[in-house]
Design a protein around this ligand. Sequence first.
Ligand SMILES: [Zn+2]
Ligand SMILES: [Zn+2]
Ligand SMILES: [Zn+2]
Length: 149
Amino acid sequence: MKKKEWTKKCRVCGVVKPGETGFYVCKGNRDGRYGKCIECYKAYVNMYREANIERIRKYDRERFSTYKRKAKVREYISRYKEKYPDKVAARNRLYSAIKRGVLQKMPCEVCGENKSEAHHDDYSRPLEVRWLCRYHHGLLHGHYKYGTE
Ligand SMILES: [Zn+2]
Ligand SMILES: [Zn+2]
Ligand SMILES: [Zn+2]
């Protein structure tokens, strides 16, 4: 048996429209449909979007760039792990040893700078490291030329 078509009056434009096709579904309402008709609903959404278009665009842009940046970092880390598995493993062993108090972080062995990085001469011996500041660590790896600073 075919259900009798029911109608509903839009509370915005006042036009009486078929309930099933004229209004969006709204579970919270008693008759299961929105109080405003589909046309009025769309107009409302457009109006809201237009009024806030700049804000929405900016939000979309920011969300997108954060997403891209995070993806880049993730990619970099996983590539790094693939490229230098022994390096990463040695570093992990070293930092867990420091955490457990087995080993202590030391100032740069050249200049005494407190902010230092661990340098491994041999990754198969993860706890044998030299502590160097960023600058002297860079020098050791040949990142800087002598005498430029
Ligand atoms: Zn309407
Ligand atoms: Zn140093
Ligand atoms: Zn190093």
